[in-house]
Design a protein around this ligand. Structure first.
Ligand SMILES: Cc1cc2nc3c(=O)[nH]c(=O)nc-3n(C[C@H](O)[C@H](O)[C@H](O)COP(=O)(O)OP(=O)(O)OC[C@H]3O[C@@H](n4cnc5c(N)ncnc54)[C@H](O)[C@@H]3O)c2cc1C
Length: 577
């Protein structure tokens, strides 16, 4: 669960750099890392596409090819060097909604041009995506995929690209009892199948209407079959039922060669591996996901909010959380802890458990409740008959209030169980250091109890192996309004954010990081180690070469794009050292 959000691109602030270095010379990836040379991806290809080719593409996608015009255009007198007629009324609306997540989630583009693609297709069919790949192959134009636009790393945008906006691809959902994936012989359980444009809200609700529940993320508009599953997909229910990648049973995908294929544990297994943790927007375009449901059960909810703790009390509370983490994890507790930080006065603990009765839950949390009793009255323990009610009452409202359009720097660490058991005090020290690290935008720590049940052993996904032996996913994050924050402060904030986890990283050598919520500018070696592990990375690069030999689908920091420079990433500063 996140207290803030970024719906456009984390690198909006760098639009000036972007225009200044629009077409830097290509370079090659590091062969030692198995990287793919990027020179096969020349820069201003999009500028060479003749108008009649755009017209033909537009016709082939039913007139749904649109210009990637910045939503803030009415506020500017000049656009790309040409005069632009300002429209004060329209500008007022945009200005008022500039940081509104609801407004931005339904826009293809951001406030300024920056990293925004030149054109996009509002995808409504598999054929639209196939047409786009045919066009991109012919004209060597990079393709980016955008869904909810929630990505923190700018990976659903790309300068001088053609974007596939899949947000509106929502064919009718189905619920299949005893679902048998294509090519398999045995049923895998009850499964929901839905289109990639669906947000969690609709899928949670649909599961509930079928007396079921699913493992899912906190924000109602994150797309389960988009970047969430591509990165791994964590959930407060993961300690009981596993990550998203453990629960997905089948994906239907358009590959860059235009074929529409099915990937599951019986068919196209390598592709299925890559699509689950290898990173979104890299191997193909997911159109449809078939996803395991779990029987609807009673769920326990615990929320404790501490106001204005002293530094000593904050340390004591962190100690309670660290000391109890292993037991709580084994009992099925997941959730979100938000220590007080630079811009957050309260320390909030939110826990969910689908395994325990209310008496068992109270007994299990006794140490936390004892600690809280003299410090706060803000303690809630409640039993819900189903997850949907718990979600809509407690989690969804806070997610819908989040602001969009912010700049964001964050760093992530998956903290192994061994650190909780062997070095709990040093772990608390490292977390306190993270909270206290100064940064121009302030930093806020989040401790997410969202790692997967360790009884899952057959997942074979590309998500970091560190998920399998970790108890917490810790994030430290800073956010700012790009309109009021200098480039120098932005760069400094990214550096401070990374530095804040330096001690934690040294303390957790067997840990890793979550690709979707990790450092945007990790150097290639660290990215390989933290996001995938070397073995998975090598397998992913082989799969990438097979499915996308022309590198039509590249994302910053993704497979096939690590370490090399590329015009598509010219809006990103170099902060990898
Ligand atoms: C408010 C908020 C709450 C969050 N909570 C959680 C959480 O609880 N658990 C968690 O694990 N993560 C969480 N995240 C992180 C989230 O997983 C990532 O931001 C993710 O990238 C969002 O995916 P998207 O498709 O919705 O967004 P987009 O920005 O549209 O896409 C993200 C990436 O996926 C690619 N992509 C999207 N759709 C497709 C597709 N159909 N085929 C191929 N590639 C595609 C894009 O190209 C891009 O690279 C949260 C993020 C926010 C902003």
């Amino acid at each position: 669960m996140r207290q803030f959000s970024l719906f456009v691109t984390t690198i909006l602030t760098f639009s000036i750099n972007c225009w200044a270095t629009l077409f830097p010379s290509d370079s090659h990836g590091d062969p030692a890392l198995g990287q793919i040379p990027l020179a096969s991806h020349p820069a201003p290809a999009i500028a060479l596409v003749p108008p009649q080719a755009w017209t033909a593409l537009n016709t082939s996608v039913g007139g749904r090819l649109l210009g990637g015009i910045p939503v803030g255009l009415p506020c500017f007198d000049n656009f790309n060097g040409n005069d632009n007629a300002r429209n004060d009324t329209a500008c007022d609306i945009v200005e008022k909604n500039r940081l509104s997540s609801a407004f931005l989630a339904d826009q293809m583009s951001g406030y300024t041009q920056g990293n925004i693609p030149s054109y996009y297709i509002d995808v409504s069919s598999v054929s639209d995506v196939q047409q786009a790949f045919e066009f991109a192959t012919k004209w060597k134009v990079p393709i980016v995929v955008k869904n909810s636009g929630h990505d923190y790393k700018g990976r659903s945008a790309g300068v001088n690209s053609l974007a596939l906006w899949v947000h509106h691809y929502t064919p009718e959902k189905t619920f299949d009892k005893a679902f048998v994936p294509d090519g398999c012989s045995k049923p895998v359980g009850d499964v929901i199948t839905f289109g990639t444009g669906e947000g969690f809200d609709d899928v949670y609700h649909f599961a509930d209407q079928n007396d079921a529940m699913i493992v899912g993320g906190s924000a109602s508009s994150v797309a389960p079959a988009g970047g969430w599953i591509g990165g791994g997909g964590h959930s407060a229910l993961a300690p009981a039922y596993g990550l998203g990648v453990d629960n997905v049973q089948q994906l239907r995908v358009v590959l860059p060669n235009g074929t529409y294929v099915t990937a599951n544990r019986c068919k196209n297994q390598d592709l299925f591996f890559a699509l689950r943790g290898g990173g979104g927007g890299t191997f193909g375009v997911n159109m449809e996901m078939s996803y395991l449901t779990h029987p609807r059960v009673t769920v326990q909810w615990a929320e404790v909010v501490f106001g204005n703790l002293s530094t000593a009390e904050q340390r004591q509370l962190l100690t309670v959380l660290v000391q109890n983490a292993a037991d709580w994890f084994d009992e099925g507790w997941g959730g979100y802890c938000y220590p007080a930080g630079a811009t957050r006065p309260n320390f909030k603990v939110q826990l969910i458990n689908p395994r325990l009765t209310s008496d068992q839950a109270k007994a299990s949390l006794a140490r936390l409740l004892e600690f809280a009793a003299p410090l706060t009255k803000n303690i809630t323990l409640k039993t819900y008959s189903n997850f949907w009610d718990l979600y809509t009452e407690n989690i969804k409202p806070s997610q819908e209030d989040v602001l969009g359009g912010f700049g964001l720097a964050q760093t992530s660490r998956l903290i192994p169980r061994i650190n909780f058991e062997d070095t709990p005090e040093r772990l608390v020290d490292a977390l306190m250091e993270a909270v206290a690290t100064p940064s121009p935008a302030g930093l806020n720590l989040m401790l997410l109890l969202v790692t997967p049940s360790q009884s899952i052993t057959d997942s074979d996904s590309a998500a970091s192996p560190a998920w399998r032996h970790s108890l917490w996913h810790a994030i430290n994050a800073a956010n700012w309004d790009p309109a009021n924050f200098s480039v120098a402060n932005t760069l400094e904030t990214f550096k401070a954010t990374r530095k804040s986890f330096q001690t934690l990283k040294l303390l957790t050598p067997t840990g890793g990081a979550y690709i979707n919520e990790g450092d945007t500018f990790l150097n290639p070696e660290a990215a390989v180690k933290d996001f995938w592990g070397l073995e998975s990375y090598k397998r992913l690069t082989t799969i990438k070469k097979e499915v996308d030999p022309n590198n039509l689908l590249l994302v910053h920091g993704g497979i096939g794009a690590l370490g090399g420079s590329n015009p598509l990433f010219s809006c990103y500063p170099d902060l990898s050292t």
